[in-house]
Design a protein around this ligand. Sequence first.
Ligand code: COA
Length: 181
Amino acid sequence: MPYTPDAELDLMFPPEQIPADVKAALPQDLHIRPLASSDYRRGHLSVLSVLTVVTDPGEAAWVAQFNAMRAAPRTYYSIVIVDHSDKIVAVGTVFVERKFLRGLGTVGHIEDIAVDKSQQGKKLGLRIIQALSGISENSGCYKTILNCSDSNIPFYQKCGFEKKENEMAKYAPERARTPRL
Ligand SMILES: CC(C)(COP(=O)(O)OP(=O)(O)OC[C@H]1O[C@@H](n2cnc3c(N)ncnc32)[C@H](O)[C@@H]1OP(=O)(O)O)[C@@H](O)C(=O)NCCC(=O)NCCS
Protein backbone atom coordinates (compact mmCIF):
# COMPACT_ATOMS: atom_id res chain seq x y z
CA MET A 1 0.00 0.00 0.00
CA PRO A 2 1.56 3.37 -0.99
CA TYR A 3 1.24 6.37 1.31
CA THR A 4 -2.12 8.21 1.38
CA PRO A 5 -2.06 11.40 -0.77
CA ASP A 6 -2.24 14.67 1.18
CA ALA A 7 -5.52 15.61 -0.56
CA GLU A 8 -7.25 12.61 1.06
CA LEU A 9 -6.17 13.56 4.59
CA ASP A 10 -7.46 15.99 7.23
CA LEU A 11 -4.20 17.86 7.91
CA MET A 12 -3.11 20.14 10.76
CA PHE A 13 -2.00 22.91 8.35
CA PRO A 14 -1.59 23.36 4.56
CA PRO A 15 1.13 21.03 3.17
CA GLU A 16 2.52 23.87 1.00
CA GLN A 17 4.01 25.33 4.18
CA ILE A 18 6.62 22.55 4.19
CA PRO A 19 9.53 23.87 2.09
CA ALA A 20 9.63 22.27 -1.37
CA ASP A 21 13.40 21.72 -1.26
CA VAL A 22 13.05 19.58 1.87
CA LYS A 23 10.30 17.48 0.24
CA ALA A 24 12.48 17.04 -2.86
CA ALA A 25 15.50 15.92 -0.83
CA LEU A 26 13.72 12.83 0.56
CA PRO A 27 14.07 9.41 -1.10
CA GLN A 28 11.17 8.48 -3.47
CA ASP A 29 9.69 5.95 -1.05
CA LEU A 30 9.30 8.48 1.78
CA HIS A 31 6.91 11.41 2.09
CA ILE A 32 6.92 14.41 4.45
CA ARG A 33 3.63 16.11 5.34
CA PRO A 34 1.67 17.81 8.17
CA LEU A 35 0.25 15.55 10.88
CA ALA A 36 -3.21 14.18 9.92
CA SER A 37 -6.23 13.52 12.16
CA SER A 38 -5.95 9.80 11.30
CA ASP A 39 -2.24 9.48 12.19
CA TYR A 40 -2.98 7.82 15.53
CA ARG A 41 -3.49 4.70 13.37
CA ARG A 42 -0.22 5.17 11.50
CA GLY A 43 2.00 4.73 14.54
CA HIS A 44 2.47 8.36 15.64
CA LEU A 45 2.80 7.47 19.34
CA SER A 46 5.01 4.51 18.64
CA VAL A 47 7.60 6.76 16.92
CA LEU A 48 7.38 9.32 19.74
CA SER A 49 8.12 6.56 22.24
CA VAL A 50 11.76 6.40 21.02
CA LEU A 51 12.10 9.86 22.61
CA THR A 52 10.45 9.42 26.00
CA VAL A 53 7.67 7.70 27.93
CA VAL A 54 4.42 7.86 25.96
CA THR A 55 1.13 6.99 27.62
CA ASP A 56 -1.47 6.00 25.01
CA PRO A 57 -4.58 8.14 25.70
CA GLY A 58 -6.71 6.22 23.14
CA GLU A 59 -7.73 7.46 19.70
CA ALA A 60 -10.59 9.76 20.76
CA ALA A 61 -8.40 11.72 23.20
CA TRP A 62 -5.56 11.81 20.65
CA VAL A 63 -7.94 13.31 18.05
CA ALA A 64 -9.26 15.83 20.62
CA GLN A 65 -5.67 16.97 21.23
CA PHE A 66 -5.08 17.23 17.46
CA ASN A 67 -8.22 19.39 17.10
CA ALA A 68 -7.27 21.60 20.05
CA MET A 69 -3.83 22.23 18.55
CA ARG A 70 -5.26 22.97 15.11
CA ALA A 71 -7.82 25.38 16.58
CA ALA A 72 -4.98 27.70 17.67
CA PRO A 73 -4.29 29.52 14.38
CA ARG A 74 -0.71 29.67 13.06
CA THR A 75 0.67 28.19 16.28
CA TYR A 76 1.27 24.42 16.08
CA TYR A 77 3.02 22.77 13.14
CA SER A 78 3.45 19.02 13.65
CA ILE A 79 4.95 17.09 10.76
CA VAL A 80 5.59 13.44 9.96
CA ILE A 81 7.53 11.36 7.45
CA VAL A 82 5.65 8.25 6.23
CA ASP A 83 7.19 5.27 4.43
CA HIS A 84 5.91 3.32 1.39
CA SER A 85 3.55 1.31 3.65
CA ASP A 86 1.97 4.53 5.04
CA LYS A 87 3.61 3.99 8.43
CA ILE A 88 5.02 7.01 10.29
CA VAL A 89 8.81 6.81 10.65
CA ALA A 90 9.72 10.33 11.84
CA VAL A 91 7.95 13.14 13.69
CA GLY A 92 8.54 16.69 14.92
CA THR A 93 6.74 19.89 15.92
CA VAL A 94 7.43 23.60 15.88
CA PHE A 95 5.33 25.79 18.17
CA VAL A 96 5.15 29.52 17.34
CA GLU A 97 5.23 31.76 20.41
CA ARG A 98 3.94 35.35 20.12
CA LYS A 99 5.87 38.00 22.08
CA PHE A 100 5.41 41.63 23.14
CA LEU A 101 9.11 42.36 22.64
CA ARG A 102 11.14 42.61 19.41
CA GLY A 103 8.33 44.53 17.72
CA LEU A 104 5.70 41.91 18.62
CA GLY A 105 8.10 39.24 17.39
CA THR A 106 7.57 35.49 17.26
CA VAL A 107 9.87 32.61 18.25
CA GLY A 108 9.73 29.05 16.94
CA HIS A 109 10.16 26.30 19.54
CA ILE A 110 11.11 22.92 18.09
CA GLU A 111 9.78 20.03 20.17
CA ASP A 112 9.41 16.25 20.17
CA ILE A 113 11.78 15.16 17.41
CA ALA A 114 11.93 11.40 16.91
CA VAL A 115 12.98 9.00 14.17
CA ASP A 116 12.00 5.32 14.29
CA LYS A 117 14.99 3.19 15.31
CA SER A 118 14.95 1.29 12.01
CA GLN A 119 15.30 4.56 10.05
CA GLN A 120 17.85 6.45 12.13
CA GLY A 121 21.04 7.61 10.41
CA LYS A 122 19.34 8.17 7.04
CA LYS A 123 19.02 11.97 7.29
CA LEU A 124 15.33 11.88 8.27
CA GLY A 125 16.03 13.78 11.50
CA LEU A 126 17.89 16.38 9.45
CA ARG A 127 14.94 16.73 7.02
CA ILE A 128 12.47 17.13 9.90
CA ILE A 129 14.60 19.90 11.43
CA GLN A 130 15.09 21.62 8.06
CA ALA A 131 11.32 21.53 7.45
CA LEU A 132 10.46 22.88 10.92
CA SER A 133 13.13 25.62 10.72
CA GLY A 134 11.78 26.61 7.30
CA ILE A 135 8.21 26.79 8.62
CA SER A 136 9.43 28.85 11.60
CA GLU A 137 11.40 31.29 9.42
CA ASN A 138 8.63 31.58 6.83
CA SER A 139 6.19 32.34 9.67
CA GLY A 140 8.35 35.35 10.53
CA CYS A 141 10.04 33.97 13.65
CA TYR A 142 13.25 35.87 14.43
CA LYS A 143 14.81 32.74 15.96
CA THR A 144 14.15 29.01 16.30
CA ILE A 145 15.20 27.29 19.53
CA LEU A 146 15.10 23.83 21.12
CA ASN A 147 16.29 21.84 24.13
CA CYS A 148 18.32 18.65 23.82
CA SER A 149 20.56 16.24 25.68
CA ASP A 150 24.34 16.63 25.48
CA SER A 151 24.51 13.53 23.29
CA ASN A 152 22.30 15.16 20.64
CA ILE A 153 24.28 18.42 20.45
CA PRO A 154 26.37 17.18 17.46
CA PHE A 155 23.17 16.27 15.58
CA TYR A 156 21.68 19.76 16.03
CA GLN A 157 25.01 21.37 15.13
CA LYS A 158 24.88 19.40 11.86
CA CYS A 159 21.40 20.91 11.40
CA GLY A 160 22.86 24.45 11.71
CA PHE A 161 22.06 25.18 15.37
CA GLU A 162 24.56 26.49 17.93
CA LYS A 163 24.70 26.04 21.69
CA LYS A 164 23.32 29.06 23.55
CA GLU A 165 22.63 29.57 27.28
CA ASN A 166 21.06 26.86 29.50
CA GLU A 167 17.79 25.03 30.00
CA MET A 168 16.06 25.16 33.42
CA ALA A 169 13.15 22.90 34.40
CA LYS A 170 10.77 22.54 37.34
CA TYR A 171 8.54 19.50 37.17
CA ALA A 172 5.02 19.75 38.65
CA PRO A 173 4.04 17.34 41.44
CA GLU A 174 2.02 14.31 40.26
CA ARG A 175 -1.34 15.71 41.41
CA ALA A 176 -1.02 18.74 39.10
CA ARG A 177 -0.67 16.59 35.98
CA THR A 178 -4.33 15.79 35.35
CA PRO A 179 -5.05 15.91 31.60
CA ARG A 180 -7.35 18.80 30.65
CA LEU A 181 -8.83 17.70 27.34
C1 COA B 1 18.45 12.34 17.27
C2 COA B 1 17.70 11.88 16.03
C3 COA B 1 16.44 12.72 15.87
C4 COA B 1 18.60 12.05 14.80
O1 COA B 1 17.88 11.65 13.64
P1 COA B 1 18.59 10.74 12.52
O2 COA B 1 17.66 10.64 11.37
O3 COA B 1 19.05 9.49 13.15
O4 COA B 1 19.86 11.64 12.16
P2 COA B 1 20.34 12.09 10.70
O5 COA B 1 20.62 10.89 9.88
O6 COA B 1 19.40 13.08 10.14
O7 COA B 1 21.71 12.82 11.10
C5 COA B 1 22.18 14.02 10.49
C6 COA B 1 23.64 14.18 10.83
O8 COA B 1 23.79 14.25 12.26
C7 COA B 1 24.65 13.19 12.71
N1 COA B 1 24.14 12.69 13.98
C8 COA B 1 22.89 12.23 14.25
N2 COA B 1 22.78 11.90 15.56
C9 COA B 1 23.99 12.14 16.10
C10 COA B 1 24.52 12.00 17.42
N3 COA B 1 23.76 11.59 18.45
N4 COA B 1 25.83 12.33 17.63
C11 COA B 1 26.61 12.79 16.61
N5 COA B 1 26.15 12.95 15.33
C12 COA B 1 24.87 12.64 15.10
C13 COA B 1 24.58 12.14 11.61
O9 COA B 1 25.73 11.32 11.63
C14 COA B 1 24.50 12.99 10.38
O10 COA B 1 25.78 13.50 10.08
P3 COA B 1 26.35 13.59 8.56
O11 COA B 1 25.50 14.61 7.87
O12 COA B 1 27.76 14.01 8.71
O13 COA B 1 26.16 12.22 7.97
C15 COA B 1 17.31 10.38 16.12
O14 COA B 1 18.47 9.60 16.24
C16 COA B 1 16.36 10.04 17.24
O15 COA B 1 15.14 10.04 17.05
N6 COA B 1 16.87 9.72 18.44
C17 COA B 1 16.02 9.33 19.59
C18 COA B 1 15.12 10.46 20.07
C19 COA B 1 15.84 11.75 20.34
O16 COA B 1 16.87 11.78 21.01
N7 COA B 1 15.29 12.87 19.81
C20 COA B 1 15.84 14.19 19.94
C21 COA B 1 15.28 14.85 21.14
S1 COA B 1 16.06 16.43 21.43
